[in-house]
Ligand binder design. Structure first.
Ligand SMILES: NC(=O)c1ccc[n+]([C@@H]2O[C@H](COP(=O)([O-])OP(=O)(O)OC[C@H]3O[C@@H](n4cnc5c(N)ncnc54)[C@H](OP(=O)(O)O)[C@@H]3O)[C@@H](O)[C@H]2O)c1
Length: 323
């Protein structure tokens, strides 16, 4: 496991351990490993592997699962050290697909983005795309089967993006909740445990090529109502509408996560076709179950990112909305 101690990788390691695999986790140690005493640990920066790490990478591996490569510079030092690998699973992102108004229903064959360093999200997706291409070239040459899993938006325990956590925390705090999204806004979320189970099954079945690992499509209305109901607090959703929120300079996604206005090209990423994955065994738990699980985790940690809309501003906005 190249990575494995934070969020998606952590779920993958948990799944492997549950199924009785011998797991080695290679990471830098910036995040504490939850697998001390259960998995073998190799502490190194993959961009400059230590002698010990180089020796470990050269061992025979049934599979290498790579969640931590964000750029080709993460791959160049590692690939030449691998001498015997049964298969390589690379975790990429659906963010590699080109967005355009009206381009919905993205299959694995949809066009990918052109390099765009000026846009932070697209710049990181561009780097992932370069990783995909580099891996295809290098692994093909040494006959190592490659699966590129392009993940949709993932939710679940340990999610350090805190996107869903905004809504969980807001629901747990109760009171009047500002909801800017259109009821029908598309949302597509996948539970990290479903991702982990699928990837393990995909490795067992020797799936190769590119696969979209994305959740079922739902609406913002269903998501928000599910979160507010499952939290079980006294809450009133105040559906102020996009126009009001945009006029008052509330920032979609960066200030209120999971909100994408009707004109946003990013909405294309909420309509990813996952039929290749479902045909290959991807199962998707009901949204309510994922929310209940995530609420349990949020109840224990009660985090709130400084980036999100703060209470005073939310209260002020709601006062204006009521007129
Ligand atoms: N969350 C989403 O919605 C979503 C959507 C699409 C795709 N993805 C993709 O999913 C992947 C998984 O992300 P995750 O953070 O959840 O995975 P993770 O494997 O749980 O955490 C990242 C791991 O990489 C290690 N790492 C990072 N840089 C390293 C380096 N230079 N050398 C060695 N180890 C390094 C980290 O540990 P240390 O920091 O201690 O080294 C950590 O163990 C990412 O590639 C992301 O692009 C996520």
């Amino acid at each position: 496991m190249l990575g494995g101690t934070r969020f998606v990788g952590r779920h993958i390691v948990e799944e492997c351990l549950t199924r009785g695999d011998d797991v080695t986790v290679l990471y830098r140690g910036r995040s504490p490993s939850p697998f001390a005493g259960i998995a073998r640990h190799v502490l190194t920066d993959r961009r400059a592997p230590t002698v010990e790490a180089a020796a470990v990478l050269a061992e025979p591996w049934d599979a290498v699962i790579d969640t931590s490569a964000r750029d080709v510079d993460d791959l160049r030092p590692v690939l030449p050290l691998l001498s015997s690998v049964g298969r390589y699973l690379f975790i990429s992102t659906c963010g590699v697909y080109r967005r355009a108004p009206g381009r919905y229903g993205l299959t694995e064959r949809a066009p990918t983005i052109a390099a765009d360093a000026s846009h932070p999200v697209r710049a990181s997706a561009t780097r992932k795309l370069r990783c995909e291409r580099y891996l295809r070239r290098r692994l093909d040459r040494i006959h190592v089967p490659l699966l590129i899993a392009r993940l949709g938006l993932v939710i679940g325990r340990y999610d350090d993006s805190e996107r869903l956590a905004y809504w969980l925390e807001r629901a747990l705090r109760g009171g009047d909740v500002l909801v800017p999204m259109n009821d029908r806004q598309s949302i597509q979320l996948i539970d990290a445990t479903d991702v982990a189970q699928f990837l393990h099954n995909a490795a067992d079945r020797q799936l190769t090529g590119v696969v979209n690992v994305a959740g079922p499509q739902t609406t913002a209305r269903t998501l928000v109502d599910t979160v507010l109901t499952r939290a079980g607090r006294a809450v009133t959703p105040c559906r102020v509408g996009e126009e009001f929120a945009l006029t008052h300079r509330v920032q979609p996604w960066t200030e209120i996560p999971l909100w994408l206005p009707a004109t946003s090209p990013e909405l294309a990423l909420m309509s990813v076709i996952n039929s290749r994955a479902t045909s290959a065994g991807l199962t998707l738990r009901p949204l309510g179950d994922s929310i209940t699980d995530a609420l349990g985790w949020q109840t224990l940690r009660r985090g709130w990112s400084q980036r999100w809309l703060d209470h005073a501003r939310e209260r002020d906005l709601l006062q204006r909305w009521r007129g």
